[in-house]
Design a protein around this ligand. Structure first.
Ligand SMILES: Nc1ncnc2c1ncn2[C@@H]1O[C@H](COP(=O)(O)OP(=O)(O)OP(=O)(O)O)[C@@H](O)[C@H]1O
Length: 265
């Protein structure tokens, strides 16, 4: 472990007890993962292997039953705006305007308008939402809503952005546009990102490193350093000679884990 590690997850177990049914689900077991400051890591793994649980532990929604989860050397406490979270479905207030959604937490925490308003305006520009500031969220498309969610997560200048399949529900064209937008915006902010996805191409396009999880109980079975320099262009990445080989190898690892899920289910 070096001083520049933002996230350090060590030997974590997460067990969910259902006392009434006298049943327990062990979602994670022996999971260790570190993410350096400014690094973009994607988590890939079979359905139900515990990817969202990893994000929940980092967000502070859940606590590990064994092992430790630290951010900048401190155990993760309650949810905090230090950690921006974006889910698959935009979780916004549909009747509020774009600007009111983005600034909701800042207003609630009593920050002076002069402090958060310029940041909100910059994010609106960055996310291509200029002209829509005063539109209610229910008037927006799915892609636009997701851009509002990202702006909302980013406004508190979080140390860490936790993203759970944020583009999974979008059509292919919108998804690509959102991926490009995320990369450009992140380049300017140097944020650390942990991003859950099922999409191998998305992981190869976006991340510096891909961590592949086992079947449940989840742990990391393989880590792959993505060799492409930044800034990246999608058409160059998919044309790179190593792209097909990396994709094939990741797919093989995932298939093996999915097959084990079935055998052990
Ligand atoms: N709050 C909870 N109570 C009980 N069990 C839970 C809870 N949250 C998650 N689990 C269980 O933990 C396991 C891992 O779930 P999780 O949602 O983390 O997987 P995932 O890899 O994100 O799945 P998917 O790829 O399908 O979204 C599952 O068996 C799930 O049922």
């Amino acid at each position: 472990m070096t001083a520049s590690q933002r996230i350090v997850i060590e030997n974590v177990e997460k067990r969910f007890e259902d006392k009434r049914a006298r049943r327990a689900t062990v979602a994670l077991e022996g999971l260790s993962l570190s993410v350096a400051e400014g690094e973009f890591v994607c988590l890939l793994g079979p359905s139900g292997c515990g990817k969202s649980t990893v994000l929940d532990l980092l967000a502070g929604f859940e606590r590990p039953t064994r092992g430790s989860v630290t951010i900048d050397g401190k155990p993760v406490g309650r949810p905090s705006p230090d950690r921006g979270i974006v889910f698959q479905e935009a979780t916004l207030f549909p009747w509020l305007s774009v600007i009111d959604n983005i600034t909701f937490a800042s207003r609630l925490s009593g920050l002076p308008v002069a402090e958060y308003r310029p940041r909100a305006q910059e994010l609106i520009e960055m996310m291509g939402l200029r002209g829509f500031e005063n539109h209610a969220v229910y008037e927006l498309s799915g892609g636009m809503r997701q851009r509002v969610s990202i702006a909302r997560a980013w406004i508190s200048q979080p140390l860490l952005l936790l993203m759970d399949e944020p583009f999974g529900a979008l059509d292919a064209q919108t998804r690509l546009a959102m991926q490009e937008l995320l990369l450009t915006a992140r380049e300017r902010r140097r944020s650390t990102v942990l991003f859950v996805t099922h999409d191998i191409e998305e992981a190869l396009f976006l991340s510096d490193r891909i961590a592949i999880m086992s079947h449940r109980p989840g742990h990391i079975v393989e880590e792959i350093v993505v060799p492409y320099p930044r800034p990246r262009a999608y058409q160059d990445i998919i044309a790179a000679p190593s792209f097909g080989e990396l994709k094939r190898s990741i797919l093989a690892t995932l298939r093996e884990q999915v097959a084990r899920t079935r055998i052990e289910a």
